[in-house]
Design a protein around this ligand. Sequence first.
Ligand SMILES: [Mg+2]
Length: 370
Amino acid sequence: MKIQSVEAVPIAASFRSTFRFGTTDRTTSPNVVVVVRTEDGVTGYGEACPVPAFTSETQASIVELVESRVAPVLVGKDPERRLPLLDELGRALRFAPFTTAAVDTALLDLLGRALGVPVHVLLGGGYRERTEVHGSVGWDADAGKVADTAREQAASYRWLKLYAGRGELDADLDRLAAVRDAVGPDIGLFVDVNGMWTPSDLVRALPRVEEIGLRMLEQPLPPAAADFQRRLVGELRVDVAADESVRTVTDAAAVARDRTATVVNLGHSKLGGPTAALHAAHIALGAGLEVMVGSVIEMELATAMGLHLAAALPRLAYPSYLMGPLKYRERLTEEPLEVIDGHVAVPQGPGLGVTVDERELARLDARRSS
Ligand SMILES: [Mg+2]
């Protein structure tokens, strides 16, 4: 088997409504679909979903990197040597995690299709056939609006992810309390602070975090305040997930060593691909930490990859952020993503197990002049 071509298709994608978190307002998503083809007609797809909060990569830079750095490394090579090829790729692509993630995914998809097995089999086999997902309630200044969205989502999910850190601290905590009042005591709530609290904010917030019944704080402090976060973890008053502080496998090892979190959020996009994410997962689990599967709100291809990753992990501390496609107006695959009973099924077909709609992909190509 030999790789014949590697192509990058920039996608014009948009969200159904503005999604606010951290310091970011997202309405569009400059995703790129990476297409790897072999000489004997097998195709693999991956998706890059660059988010400025995590990477300096852009849609244009990803296309450029795939054409000028990735294709020269991969064309003519045997995709069955996936890890050696990724090592080689690592020398051509420095600090381009979202690009690398798309290529890693496309190689896994290609290989799975060629061998007739789903990607989670290539990752070691599935521990589960479906994974629980959580709802995600974007930040809004209007507490009533946040509570309404949470109430709507509580009909579909047992867990909701909320956001804080953007507003004034007490107002943010009031919004979180309004959500608890709206959804009642049985819905699990956790909050992503995107590293925007100071240690003083955390000291002030903690009693109300407990009173509201927030089960977990995701990245409450910036990576630079890791020592304070370590002390919070030492008190074991609330579960703490590391997200922005784990952007590489080496970062995961540091969190495991320094005990700055109880849970590691494994987004395969930010970590530079499912291979790195799995490596980070094994380090975290081996050190006695828990893991969860995050994302950067991805379309069907990256989401399918996340589902296979989640399937291949022995334990998941929290539901996964794998309902991103529901936030998009556009769809890349013939199969829609379905949340049933708060869960999404892990695709069981070969490769990613989803079917790219080639006509739709051509229509969404951002290079089209129309
Ligand atoms: Mg996060």
